[in-house]
Write a protein of this length. Structure first.
Ligand SMILES: [Fe+2]
Length: 231
């Protein structure tokens, strides 16, 4: 898929649900930071970036009344939301996307290691590897992003999210994937992503999609071992 088409699809989704914009960018950057620990294969990183950027493309087809509902979803509404991985996969197939890495990440990002996820209830090694790692990234972002009930996000919320990931290690998430992400977080390399996008700084330009490191600010990350304590 061309970078232009990726950007167009992500832009359509952002226009429908603005809260998705920051989420998409953070998960793209977390995913890249994690993958760069394992490989410097530029092509692989690019394909992974597209998969992460498009993981919620299926939400374009979810009715606004459900997607943007401020309150708690009913069981029926949640069933509708749960269609987004398959809807996204189908949409990409209609656009002739053939890369299994992208397709699998979009379709399987809500599968769980113990088989209790959706849409296909895959378990363990049957879940494509990129989706297993992405599930950890996605969960961390869900637990550390600004919500109606969570106005501030800092190291405390992030530490809590890390504890939660650890307690689901080998249950909901692949143990190795949790370990790799937690190690990365503890090395201080993710704090800038957490801080940069929580409405304190302008969103980066989507032109930066091809080079995520371009959007990294020069200030030290929040959880860097030697960064000064916030006032
Ligand atoms: Fe999702």
């Amino acid at each position: 898929m061309s970078p232009t088409l990726v950007r167009s699809l992500v832009t359509i989704l952002e226009a429908k649900d603005i809260s998705t914009a920051a989420h998409t960018w953070r998960v793209v950057l977390y995913t890249r930071a994690l993958a760069e620990r394992f490989t410097d294969d530029h092509q692989f990183l690019q394909r992974l970036t597209y998969g992460a950027a498009l993981h919620h493309v299926g939400k374009i087809e979810i009715p606004d009344a459900v997607l943007l509902k401020p309150g708690k979803l009913t069981a029926d509404e949640f069933e509708i939301i749960k269609q987004h991985p398959t809807l996204g996969w189908e949409r990409l197939r209609r656009f002739n996307e053939a890369d299994p890495l992208v397709l699998n990440l979009v379709r399987h990002h809500h599968e769980r290691w113990d088989g209790a996820g959706y849409p296909d209830r895959l378990a363990g090694d049957a879940i494509p590897p990129a989706a297993r790692y992405f599930a950890v990234v996605d969960a961390f972002d869900a637990m550390t992003s600004i919500r109606p009930y969570r106005k501030e996000v800092g190291p405390e919320a992030a530490d809590k999210a890390i504890d939660e990931l650890m307690s689901n290690r080998g249950i909901r998430y692949q143990a190795d994937a949790v370990d790799a992400f937690v190690q990365l977080y503890r090395s201080g390399q993710l704090g800038w992503i957490l801080e940069y996008f929580n409405d304190r700084c302008p969103m980066p330009d989507y032109e930066a999609l091809d080079n995520c490191s371009k959007v990294r600010p020069s200030k030290p990350p929040l959880n860097a071992p030697d960064s000064p304590k916030p006032e």
